[in-house]
Write a protein that binds this ligand. Sequence first.
Ligand code: FEO
Length: 391
Amino acid sequence: MAVKEIKKDIYWVGAIDWDRRLFDELIPLPEGTSYNAYLIKGQEKTVLIDTVDPTKEDDLLDNLDDLEIEHLDYIVANHAEQDHSGAIPLMLELYSEAKIVTNQKCKKMLMEHLLIKEDRIITVNDNDTLSLGGKTLKFIFAPWVHWPETMLTYLEEDKILFSCDLFGAHLAESNLWVDDESKVYFAAKRYYAEIMMPFRKNIKKHLERLKELEIKTVAPSHGQIYSHPEFILSAYREWISDEVENEVIIPYVSMHGSVEEMVYILSEELMRKGITVKLFNLSRTDIGALSIALVDAATIVIASPTVLAGAHPQIVSAVYLANALRPKLKYASVIGSYGWGGKMLENISAMISNLKVEILSPVIVKGYPKEEDYRSLIKLAGKIAEKHKNL
Ligand code: FEO
């Protein structure tokens, strides 16, 4: 995509990655992504805010060529992860006068990950400002959105917040500005679930700090730019709140139908009791969809068969991820089956130490569920409904 002017002397110069389908070799990107870099021309200084993934550095170069940028004073590095910093070495090579502006933690990371020389980096402190001549950048440290070194850059005169990963969405779109809020809401929620959710408490503090700023535009480093920032700010306030929904999510794997039958019995009873149920057959589901459901649900019921004396590997993988994402779940249980023995339940129980949940009695059956197992599942549904009355 060609250069786009956001406001006078402020340009989008990033890249759209229409085809990328996986991030960190883990996170599904059903709608591609973008790496947004921004160029600001002050009366005295020219600055590039973040760069692009190294696979897309030609796009960044073309954009800077289009703008006839022959001199660059600064490159602000809000985050050391390579999808934003990966083209910095090339920029430093082409613009031999340019200095990186970042914080001390990010400086160390850039030196370690990208082998950037120390004398090319200027460090700033939280709340420091940098004048470009008629335009002033303010640096706001915001650790853990998504790594410990992350910061935000606020352009004071134009009231634009360059938020890097925070408020981002993995979306490849030719329109620079948010034009379909419902589509962006879903993509931003997926992004929050997969990347930001473990840092919910940090984000809460950062949002408080942002109240001190008048923000007219939020320009993240993935997805589209928000001209009505309240849309994404209020979505984040909802996601990071301690409120949970009257929802049960059930990730499951069934090999011979026994677990599936248990899942259906439990979910039908939960639905009869007015609880929203979301099933995720892990043999087929997009793991991102499960992550999104974890943002709001009150309860998770993990449903696994027993394989090689333990939980099914697909369950192990999903439970590991759910535990790492630290969702605000309040209750958890395990249901499942075994053929002759094993430690499936112990396996799963040992993997959920990050979940601050009350464990509800599991239902584990030998072979196919029988009359007494149905009763246990109905009892479990009743217990969940009782707990959900107090959400
Ligand atoms: Fe978009 Fe944490 O990088």
